[in-house]
Design a protein around this ligand. Structure first.
Ligand code: HEC
Length: 156
């Protein structure tokens, strides 16, 4: 029985080694653009810090990669989250969004955080500073409301 277990573990280990060489996802690292949300809206340091700590790893062109992001199959899952996250909302391209889209995304930011979908729970488990406190949520909400008011005024 123990022999079989050892054999299975060995096979798993060999499998893990092999997958390190296939399908290595490319790392995303682009310079901060003027279209970036924090840049273009001159977001205050507190909110900017929150967004960078809790959202920018999946919703920008400057994700920070932890050491385990190099190891398959974790690397595949992280790459998938970044690709999917950026396709829905990329803060690095904020200024290119229409007023309507910006307003909608701001609204969704609060909703997604409020119900606990964002930041993704698995991410929060590994990133303590992404675990937003009630105060941080209120700060984000107040800031979002302020930005949405500006958008409403601009489009009048
Ligand atoms: C670990 C990666 C990750 C982190 C961190 C993360 N997101 Fe996401 N986010 C995603 C993925 C993947 C999607 C698309 C799938 C989905 O909607 O669940 C998404 C979708 C969204 C959407 C929905 C967009 C739409 O129009 O439907 C919003 C809004 C959002 N995220 C906001 C945030 C905010 C705000 C934060 C930080 C407080 C954050 N996310 C942190 C990965 C992430």
């Amino acid at each position: 029985m123990i022999k079989v277990l050892k054999y299975i573990l060995l096979l798993l280990f060999i499998g893990l080694v092999i997958i390190q060489f296939i399908n290595k996802p490319e790392r995303i690292s682009e310079p901060v653009s003027e279209n970036d949300m924090i840049e273009s809206l001159q977001v205050n340091a507190d909110v900017a810090g929150l967004l960078k700590a809790a959202c920018y790893d999946c919703h920008s062109n400057q994700p920070r990669y932890p050491w385990y992001a190099s190891i398959a199959p974790v690397s595949w899952s992280i790459a998938e989250h970044i690709e999917h996250g950026r396709s829905e909302l990329n803060f690095s391209e904020w200024a290119t969004y229409s007023a309507r889209k910006r307003d909608h995304k701001l609204e969704e930011m609060v909703e997604e955080v409020e119900v606990g979908n964002m930041p993704m729970p698995g991410y929060v488990a590994l990133h303590k500073d992404a675990n937003l406190s009630a105060d941080q949520f209120e700060m984000l909400k107040a800031w979002v409301e302020q930005e949405r008011t500006k958008i409403a005024q601009e489009s009048n």
